[in-house]
Design a protein around this ligand. Structure first.
Ligand SMILES: *[C@@H]1O[C@H](CO)[C@@H](O)[C@H](O)[C@H]1NC(C)=O
Ligand SMILES: *[C@@H]1O[C@H](CO)[C@@H](O)[C@H](O)[C@H]1NC(C)=O
Ligand SMILES: *[C@@H]1O[C@H](CO)[C@@H](O)[C@H](O)[C@H]1NC(C)=O
Ligand SMILES: CC(=O)N[C@H]1CO[C@H](CO)[C@@H](O)[C@@H]1O
Length: 492
């Protein structure tokens, strides 16, 4: 652990710190003209990735699009490494600017960019990672050309990082020293508003529920869902949210629709119970009930919500509360409509907390609450919390305020809306008493940027509708302008 060496120049090429160097007063117009050259080809890659989503570690098409583009369409601009660091879908681009007169022995400052491109199971690019890819490639390409145009010696490295959602791609790459080249790494994430924000620590607890009958397995799973829902968790802003349809192991998916079968009671009784539960804490959630061919009532809850970064209740909360309300009644049993032969179910508890040091105790509380209802609980890789990098963030925000960059007001927020495997790259150490950042392995700058058109209702990341928002022309324009550090014209 060390406090990072910080090079103003390394920061420069991305944040306009180039403006610190002499005679680059018109950096913003320089970036705009470079963007006009580099952006269209890169956008075509991102549109293709959006249309052809691949889940973590399966991003072969996305991998090939990038490496083929820089091998054949823009050859010799970058040194291209396919399947970098032994990961089939990772790649690396490298460029060195060594203007005439740079001593051979000069140690060049290095600027790193990270790019993601994995989609979500079943709902495509509902987290907009194709825009992270586009932003990273565009910002790196503009940096490269700006270094050449302005005659600044430096190296630029871009690492394509597979599987952010589930498989901790950056944590795997970190173990292979993929980020050793640079002290400062940049990326930007599309969401519904501009903000420089911290991100939470995360671990997934995959719980397995087995029983002699399907109905018993459903009861065990729903009992566990109930106790975890009602748990008072230690730590700061901690949550343990089941973000998967019961029975289907898929990480990080918001349940837009979930069905629970209820046997041994009437349709009217189910309707009455659910109506009494469904209140204003469930914005946008609705339900249907119908007798089904399995012999009971198919309750289907529909609506937004359910992501671990949200406070509002989801369709799954509604089925859990309905289970709690009806499970004490004699003769009532539960099943999964259409799946009544499954006697083994899986639920992923997405467990998060603001500070990495609390993650163990939060996880222990979740595991203790589930207890022997589950036959096994398997955890995955820890995503450490990502802390706001001082200085870089302030410089970025100050620069964005400049008229040349559109007088933009980017807030710093203390709210941590999500988690990221980039926490493995930063590996921050915070003061246990004050939570002040004491040091980090690397500077990782990870602002979130809004891609939703003004006045249009926008979904949150991981909701199916965010996939559509992340494919609009407006969102691609936002990504271009964020890479360029400028504001789109007000007509957009
Ligand atoms: C400003 O940028 C434009 C566009 O890149 C360039 O043509 C022009 O020469 C620059 N002017 C100065 C004074 O550097
Ligand atoms: C519902 O209960 C009926 C009557 O006991 C039974 O025949 C049927 O198999 C049950 N269905 C399910 C899915 O539990
Ligand atoms: C349960 O009801 C929902 C909503 O009407 C429906 O989409 C689903 O197919 C039903 N499930 C079964 C197994 O009939
Ligand atoms: C976990 C599981 O088997 N889910 C299935 C439940 O039933 C529906 C409809 O038959 C399937 O689409 C799911 O795959």
């Amino acid at each position: 652990m060390r406090t990072p060496f910080f090079s103003a120049l390394a920061l420069g090429a991305y944040t306009g710190g180039l403006a610190l160097a002499a005679d680059v007063a018109n950096l913003s117009s320089c970036l705009k003209s470079i963007s006009a050259d580099v952006f269209p080809g890169l956008k075509a890659i991102a549109v293709d990735v959006w249309k052809n989503p691949e889940t973590g570690l399966e991003e072969h098409h996305a991998h090939d699009l990038v490496v083929d583009y820089f091998t054949h369409v823009r050859p010799r601009e970058w040194k291209v490494t396919r399947h970098a660091y032994g990961l089939p879908t990772a790649w690396k681009l490298e460029f060195e600017s060594r203007p005439r007169g740079t001593p051979c022995s000069a140690k060049l400052p290095v600027i790193g960019f990270m790019a993601e491109y994995d989609g979500l199971v079943g709902i495509g690019h509902a987290c907009g990672h194709h825009q992270i890819l586009l932003n990273g490639l565009a910002a790196a390409s503009m940096t490269r050309q700006a270094l050449i145009t302005l005659g600044i010696p430096a190296r630029v490295v871009v690492v394509g990082t597979p599987d952010e959602e589930n498989g901790a791609g950056k944590c795997r790459l970190q173990k292979k020293h993929a980020f050793k080249d640079a002290d400062v790494w940049f990326m930007a994430h599309p969401t519904n508003a501009n903000a420089v924000q911290p991100l939470k620590a995360r671990i997934n607890a995959n719980a397995d529920f087995k029983a002699a009958t399907h109905q018993e397995a459903v009861r065990k799973a729903y009992e566990a869902l109930t106790v975890v829902r009602d748990l008072a968790l230690p730590g700061t802003s901690s949550s343990a949210v089941p973000v998967t349809e019961v029975g289907m192991f898929a990480c990080n998916i918001v349940q837009g629709e979930i069905s629970l079968g209820i046997n041994g009671t009437s349709l009217e009784a189910v309707q009455q119970t659910v109506s009494s539960i469904l209140d204003s804490t469930y914005p946008g959630v609705s339900f249907t009930t119908a007798y089904d061919t399995d012999g009971g009532v198919n309750l289907t809850a529909i609506g937004p919500g359910g992501h671990a970064s949200e406070n509002t209740k989801s369709p799954l909360d509604l089925t859990v509360e309905t289970f709690s309300a009806l499970s004490g009644q004699d003769g009532v049993s539960f099943y999964l409509p259409g799946n009544t032969t499954l006697a083994e179910l899986g639920v992923i508890f997405d467990t998060r907390t603001r500070y990495t040091r609390d993650l163990d105790s939060v996880l222990n509380a979740v595991e203790a609450a589930i207890g022997d209802k589950a036959d096994a609980i398997v955890t995955d890789t820890v995503y450490p919390a990502l802390e706001i990098t001082p200085f870089v963030s302030d410089m970025f925000i100050d620069l964005m305020k400049a008229p040349d960059f559109g007088s933009q007001n980017w807030p710093i927020s203390t709210f941590a809306p999500a988690s990221t495997d980039a926490g493995c790259v930063q590996n921050a150490v915070v003061d246990p008493a004050t939570n002040a950042l004491l040091g980090a392995d690397k500077v990782v700058f990870h602002p979130n940027f809004g891609i939703c058109a003004p006045g249009v209702a926008c979904a949150l990341n991981h909701e199916p509708a965010f996939h559509d928002a992340a494919g609009t022309e407006y969102s691609f324009t936002r990504t271009e302008f964020v890479a360029q550090l400028s504001r789109p014209p007000s007509s957009l």
